[in-house]
Design a protein around this ligand. Structure first.
Ligand SMILES: Cc1cc2nc3c(=O)[nH]c(=O)nc-3n(C[C@H](O)[C@H](O)[C@H](O)COP(=O)(O)O)c2cc1C
Length: 382
């Protein structure tokens, strides 16, 4: 199987699985506990159906949206994800370049492997910086100042990761940073030598958002330790209110799942929220974000930009979320498998297919612009 044979999410996943050592594939592919939320995320889109209109004149389709003050050429953006250079040696550079090509937003993770400054210089499309709340308040402020100085447009504080989810696939393979593989995990690396050659012949693995603050060289530190030792589990609404004020710009919370929290986000001055369960990687058994979308839009949709992610694999999934009132939709694995499968051309192909699916879907729905989508176009099955 080659890139040109990839026509959908599942094809990219199959190719990524072939290319990656299995501990890395399973890190991307896995969810937490029994992975029930992970499975439900995509299944939830099938609880409702699109109801098209016809004969509306759909020669020209405008897919652009404005979200948190940023104009995007299409309503799908690349949600921040960790460790991209482990998946393909081009890492964030490839994903950012592909996002720019499709006129959309790219999120740099706190656990990203290329610096936010480099990406900000590289691309002209809007950039998000995803961060976590550290015990060290000085470090939080320093990170925001760094983001401001590098021209980041949108701050995104992840609030659903106050502790790490229980990823049992990673426990079995020994996946951690630095690697502490089990014997079975090591064997999996040995049978994918191309990945290893690329890994050792490119620049040293780093976490440039955190390198000044985190010692990744000794065996004592790992991402698990970062979560346990540096992040602050006592973080509360007052703390975040202060950060929102300090940033004084577009600020959203990623991982809001309840009406009450959406209301509080408005009250502390956030300009956006991302309804997300982290792609089913955190609290297993939590509701799918699609199932929660309507009631949150109902609560705060007129006051704040409601953004959506988790489980998206198709253009029609995006159209359903937009019909319920989401302003934009984030994808994770949908670009990570293509990255792992083929680097930048892979991500470009995936975003190109997504754009084509959106355009085709809009035409078949009888709509020419995103704001024409509404709950009128959807029926939930009873
Ligand atoms: C491998 C992987 C790494 C991720 N790393 C981060 C991260 O560092 N910070 C964060 O806020 N979300 C992270 N996420 C969550 C994504 O931003 C996004 O919420 C999720 O992938 C959406 O679900 P989907 O993969 O079904 O599209 C990660 C997701 C995956 C799959």
């Amino acid at each position: 199987m080659r890139l040109k044979d990839c026509h959908n999410f599942h094809d990219f996943r199959t190719l990524a699985k072939k290319r990656l050592p299995s501990p890395i594939f399973n890190y991307i592919d896995g969810g937490s506990d029994d992975e029930s939320t992970y499975r439900r995320n995509t299944a939830a889109f099938e609880t409702c159906d699109l109801v098209p209109n016809v004969l509306t004149g759909v020669k020209d389709i405008d897919l652009s949206v404005t979200v948190m003050g940023q104009k995007l050429d299409m309503p799908v953006y690349c949600s921040p994800t960790a460790l991209q250079r482990l998946f393909h040696h081009q890492g964030e550079r490839a994903v950012a370049a592909a996002a720019e090509k499709y006129g959309t937003m790219f999120g740099v993770s706190s656990l990203g492997t290329i610096s936010m400054e480099e990406i900000a210089k590289q691309i002209d499309t809007p950039q998000v910086y995803q961060f976590y709340f550290h015990k060290d308040r000085g470090l939080n402020r320093a990170m925001m100042e760094r983001a401001k100085a590098s021209g980041i447009q949108v701050m995104m504080l992840t609030v659903d990761s106050i502790t790490g989810g229980n990823r049992e696939r990673d426990l079995r393979t020994g996946f951690s940073i630095p690697f502490r593989l089990t014997l079975a995990g090591m064997l999996q690396f040995a049978i994918k030598p191309m990945w290893g050659i690329n890994y050792v012949t490119h620049e040293r693995f780093q976490l440039p958002q955190l390198d000044d603050h985190l010692d990744m060289s000794g065996s004592a530190s790992s991402i698990g330790d970062y979560f346990t030792n540096m992040l602050d589990p006592s973080m509360n609404w007052d703390d975040v209110a202060e950060m929102v004020k300090f940033w004084d710009g577009e600020f959203c919370l990623k991982g809001i799942m309840s009406r009450e929290d959406a209301r509080k986000a408005v009250d502390i001055g956030c300009t956006g929220i991302v309804i997300s369960n982290h792609g089913g990687r955190q609290l297993d058994g939590s509701r799918s974000s699609f199932d929660q979308l309507a009631e949150i839009v109902d609560e705060v949709g007129d006051e704040i930009d409601v953004i959506f992610d988790s489980g998206v694999q198709r253009g029609t999934h995006v159209l359903k979320a937009l019909s319920l009132g989401a302003k934009a939709v984030g994808i994770g694995r949908m670009y990570l498998y293509p990255l792992a499968a083929a680097g930048q051309p892979g991500v470009e192909r995936a975003l190109g297919l997504m754009r084509a699916e959106l355009e085709r879907g809009m035409k078949l729905m009888g709509k020419t612009s995103i704001e024409q989508l509404s709950t009128n176009n959807l029926r939930f099955r009873s």
